[in-house]
Design a protein around this ligand. Structure first.
Ligand code: MRU
Length: 358
């Protein structure tokens, strides 16, 4: 996507093969800065400190993390250590393990002297594939938005989204936002309700920023407003991303997604999940019982940051002594999902349909 007229991906290798560049998402929307990753430790910290985040981008960063490890030491022991270090960064998004497994499967059989070159090539392939996958998700989701627009006689299609499953969460396009960008570019009038997504405000900070840069009309709402808007006919569809979707179609995504799905069902609003097929974990079935939910620091609930004058300030919201808990993801059962929008087509959230995507 373009920022001030310049085309960017969210991650790209240095031309001299020494480092990888990312956008520091902890500074958004107040500052736009790139950061260089030079070691596997840099990549691991970028993931755990959320300089990069979003399931597909976590996978892409991990693949370059393996590459940076091979640049320093291409031994079998270093390969295993890099896998373990990167795998330990965040527990919920399955794209992390998917990317690491893929890198390991490519690198392990290669002679040590060739591993670094092979790693750069495979990481670049993972990124290019992510872009193509998300573009295809956009085309498949566009057909749904087009139908809704036709039923509304060409009226604006109001889409609610939660968290950031946008360009910034992937290498390019986004998952949930890809159909929105394609619809907007095709001249279909769309408007996005953006959940602010406490505690880290990925909606307010990231989704609003990228939609605004692309010129997509949008309105930021508090996380509790969605049900009310649905009751009053102001939401035509929900599209969210996912960090892991199970073999039977349960969807794990940013905390609060489940409540939106419940409200959508109660109000007859279609609830779509946009996902690249590498986000499917065919090894797990019951999402509530089996998916590890990341428990992040309570400080993310306690403190909130924002612009103040020329700088950025963080303020403490809670009374001294109050505890804060921060489960970061929840699971929406398959029965609440209207359909999955994948790069291979729009399919029901059922075991049969998901198995056919393998
Ligand atoms: O904690 P985050 O910011 O990594 O959570 C991101 C989300 O929940 C996204 O919606 C999900 O990864 C899908 S990204 C295309």
């Amino acid at each position: 996507m373009k920022v001030d007229g310049k085309a960017y991906r969210t991650i790209w290798p240095d031309t001299d093969g020494e480092a990888v560049h990312i956008l520091d998402q902890t500074l958004f929307p107040h500052r736009f800065e790139t950061v260089q990753l030079r070691t596997v430790e840099d990549a691991a910290r970028a993931i755990s400190d959320m300089l990069v985040r979003g399931a597909p981008l976590i996978g892409a960063t991990a693949s370059y993390g393996m590459t940076l490890a091979m640049r320093a030491d291409a031994s079998d022991a270093a390969l295993s250590a890099a896998y373990d270090r990167l795998h330990a960064t965040r527990p919920t998004a399955i794209n992390l393990r998917w990317a690491l497994d893929r890198m390991e499967a490519v690198l392990r059989p290669v002679p040590q002297g060739d591993r670094c070159t092979a790693a750069w090539a495979e990481a670049a392939r993972i990124c290019d594939e992510d872009v193509a996958i998300n573009s295809a998700i956009g085309d498949n989701g566009l057909a749904i938005i087009r139908d809704i627009a036709a039923k509304k006689g060409g009226g604006t299609v109001n889409i609610l989204t939660h968290c950031n499953a946008g360009w910034l969460a992937t290498v390019d396009w986004g998952t949930a936002t890809a159909p929105v960008y394609k619809a907007h570019d095709a001249g279909i009038p769309v408007h996005v309700w953006v959940d602010e997504t406490r505690p880290r405000n990925q909606g307010a900070f990231l989704t609003a920023w990228e939609l605004g840069r692309h010129g997509v009309p949008h309105t930021v709402i508090v996380d509790n407003a969605g049900g009310h808007l649905m009751q009053h006919g102001q939401v035509d569809m929900v599209i969210v991303g996912t960090d892991r979707t199970t073999a039977r179609g349960d969807v794990c995504n940013k905390i609060g997604t489940y409540l939106k799905a419940l409200a959508a069902q109660d109000n007859g609003v279609p609830f779509y999940v946009a996902l690249p097929t590498p986000t499917i974990d065919h090894r797990v079935s019951d999402g509530v019982a089996e998916i590890p939910i990341e428990d992040r620091s309570g400080d993310e609930v306690r403190f909130i940051s924002g612009r103040s004058g020329d700088g950025v300030t963080s303020v403490d919201l809670l009374p001294p002594g109050s505890a804060a808990a921060n489960p970061s993801f929840d699971v929406t059962p398959a029965r609440l999902v209207t359909a999955l929008i994948t790069e291979k087509g729009v399919v029901p959230a059922t075991a049969e349909a998901i198995s056919a995507l393998k």
